[in-house]
Design a protein around this ligand. Structure first.
Ligand SMILES: NC(=O)c1ccc[n+]([C@@H]2O[C@H](COP(=O)([O-])OP(=O)(O)OC[C@H]3O[C@@H](n4cnc5c(N)ncnc54)[C@H](OP(=O)(O)O)[C@@H]3O)[C@@H](O)[C@H]2O)c1
Length: 281
């Protein structure tokens, strides 16, 4: 039983989570409260999902078993100051705020049971990859509740240790950005060859989608799949030669390492100043 769930911050990610929770019928709409400062946004969410809305964070949080912190990193401190002293020990905080460490939330809200999640943008279409961890004070029932909430908008993976969250920020959290850049480069190359842009877009996105499904369904290592289509002196061999010469692997490895280090440095300072997306730049 998930009981009442409140969201502090009714933005893009909160909406993705509400949508997932309701489409999986984990709770009824009236078990969800979204606290959001902007009136038009509150009305929009209420109309779309029939959830309860308010602009009072403390009121929303106090009445829920699970309090989901879904504000931008720069707004977290104010929210924690507001919530401090208003939560009961048996309540659970789930934070999706990029860069915000468990200790920051525990100390800021004076609350022990905290789950920290790094989701990613495909969550908006139920295809997210969330990596999460928890303080030792999160009960088994709360771990299970967290798991089912996170599974409502994609795949989830619990990791024992907060350092995995910084690693996940660099791999899956920031990951869609790398994929979009590769996608963009391939589309531009196809246009350069002579395809109209909309056809270039279709060829590239369908190739990516199909390749990912193929890799997952075949269960084969990507190198094996690549070797299967690389005939001696063929087109794949010619293209791969240029990709390796351009140090694609090294660049990707360096990019992911840079994002990891940036995530760690934000964690040391408290939170990322402008959100996880910008943190990777
Ligand atoms: N988007 C992603 O894919 C993604 C991935 C990983 C992690 N995250 C994390 O998820 C969190 C939310 O991201 P998002 O993309 O959903 O951001 P967002 O769309 O900007 O949503 C944040 C919401 O919080 C509201 N808000 C601001 N101050 C508030 C306060 N004091 N109390 C209550 N609500 C307040 C904002 O209202 P106003 O619009 O009126 O300011 C806005 O509606 C961020 O911390 C981000 O790091 C996001």
């Amino acid at each position: 039983m998930l009981g009442q769930i409140s969201f502090i911050g009714g933005g893009v990610m909160a909406e993705a989570m509400v949508q997932g929770i309701l489409s999986r019928k984990l709770v009824d709409p009236n078990a969800i409260t979204v606290s959001e400062p902007r009136k038009e946004r509150r009305e929009e969410l209420k109309k779309r999902y029939e959830v309860k809305v308010t602009d009072r964070n403390v009121e929303a949080a106090a009445s829920s078993e699970t309090v989901i912190l879904s504000v931008k990193p720069q707004d977290l401190e104010n929210v924690l100051v507001e919530l401090k002293g208003h939560l009961k020990p048996e309540q659970l905080i789930i934070s999706i705020v990029a860069g915000a460490r468990l200790d920051t939330i525990k100390e800021g809200a004076e609350h022990e049971a905290v789950v920290r999640v790094m989701p990613n943008t495909p969550a908006q279409y139920g295809e997210g990859m969330s990596v999460w961890t928890a303080t030792t004070r999160v009960s088994k029932a709360q771990l299970e509740a967290s798991r089912s909430i996170l599974a409502a908008f994609g795949k989830e993976r619990f990791m024992n240790g907060e350092n995995f969250l910084d690693m996940a920020t660099a791999v899956s959290g920031t990951g869609p950005t790398y994929v979009f850049l590769v996608m963009e480069a391939m589309i531009d190359a196809a246009v350069h060859l002579g395809f109209p842009r909309h056809i270039a877009y279709e060829l590239v996105t369908e190739t990516m989608r199909g390749s990912i499904i193929y890799a997952i369904k075949s269960g084969k290592h990507p190198a094996e799949l690549r070797n299967l289509v690389t005939s001696p002196g063929g087109t794949s061999a010619a293209a791969l030669y240029q990709l390796e010469k351009g140090a694609l692997r090294t660049v990707i490895s360096k990019a992911i390492w840079a994002a990891y280090e940036r995530s760690r440095s934000f964690g040391e300072k408290g939170t990322a100043p402008h959100g996880q997306e910008k943190a990777s730049k």
